[in-house]
Design a protein around this ligand. Structure first.
Ligand SMILES: NC(=O)c1ccc[n+]([C@@H]2O[C@H](COP(=O)([O-])OP(=O)(O)OC[C@H]3O[C@@H](n4cnc5c(N)ncnc54)[C@H](OP(=O)(O)O)[C@@H]3O)[C@@H](O)[C@H]2O)c1
Length: 261
């Protein structure tokens, strides 16, 4: 694994070690002052597809899984759309041993909370995500979601109600930050990510580019929602391993000067 563009690191550090990757992907300081930072982590093929045979697994590789784990280990909460939970068979987040001390020192739970966005509440409540999480799973839903399902979900998860008709995502992010969870990570899927981007909530995109062409009709990683203007992003780190590129882009706000690089 080689870091092509990265923050200064000790020359002797192994670029693939959890410590090096934690330094590359450190959340900005604002998260220590109660301000949320929303990072997305997604993988795509070279032609932009966000899934292969219906899942992201076929696009992934060893280093992608390693970085996926590091990004989870740094986060307080993993925000995810219900369809990704259903399609990918989401399980509870693990407590990463290499990050146990750092998480304790930062006042974080041993593992990030999984927070699922769903209006239908069509979720498998007998799954380990609800029966065996290290930290109780959160479900973010609307005021008009099916009342009976909401009662059943509340037995096994914390329920946050934000908006009516569809989840009000700015309110949802504020509710998560209000619980002290400011290191936010979203793992999609594309439809949730589209809405987060359109609502101007996405601060950062960690995009893994897999050296594959898949064709077909897979959606792009950010899909569906319309945005009035394209959002400009700034590349802050780039890692390569076995032809995979691991990019980290941060939002360049309209009033920022264009990057010189
Ligand atoms: N390449 C990657 O990195 C990557 C990452 C993640 C997922 N994926 C792939 O993407 C696919 C799933 O993604 P997707 O885009 O179809 O779905 P998704 O964004 O994961 O989930 C969509 C679902 O989330 C809920 N939802 C989203 N926004 C909502 C809102 N504002 N209010 C209320 N509910 C809301 C709804 O759930 P209800 O239907 O329950 O109401 C909706 O049906 C899978 O094939 C997965 O493998 C790829």
């Amino acid at each position: 694994m080689q870091q092509l563009i990265s923050p200064p690191a000790r020359p002797s550090a192994d670029p693939g070690s959890p410590e090096s990757l934690a330094a590359v992907y450190a959340y900005p300081d604002q998260v220590n002052h109660g301000l949320p930072w929303l990072r997305a982590n997604m993988v795509a093929g070279l032609d932009g597809g966000a899934r292969l045979d219906g899942l992201s697994e076929g696009l992934s590789g060893d280093a992608d899984k390693l970085i996926f784990g590091v990004l989870r280990a740094l986060s307080d909460v993993v925000l995810v759309g219900a369809e990704t939970v259903r399609a990918e068979g989401y399980r509870p987040a693990r407590a990463p041993a290499a990050f146990a001390a750092a998480r304790r020192a930062a006042g974080q739970a041993p593992a990030p909370v999984i927070a699922i966005v769903s209006r239908s509440l069509g979720l498998d409540l007998a799954a380990p995500l609800f029966t065996e999480p290290l930290v109780r799973t959160v479900v973010i839903t609307t005021a008009d979601s099916p009342a009976e399902s909401r009662r059943a979900v509340a037995e096994v998860a914390d329920v946050i109600v934000a908006g009516e008709g569809s989840v009000d995502l700015p309110a949802a992010v504020a509710a998560l930050a209000g619980r002290g969870w400011t290191r936010l990570l979203t793992e999609g899927g594309p439809r949730l990510l589209g809405q987060l981007a359109a609502a101007d909530l996405l601060d950062e995109l960690c995009l893994s580019l897999a050296p594959l062409i898949t064709a077909g009709d897979a959606p792009r990683i950010i899909h569906g929602a319309e945005m009035p203007d394209a959002q400009r992003m700034r590349l802050v780190s780039l890692i390569e391993q076995k032809g995979f590129l691991f990019t980290r882009y941060q939002r360049l706000h309209p009033d920022s000067a264009p990057s010189a690089t």
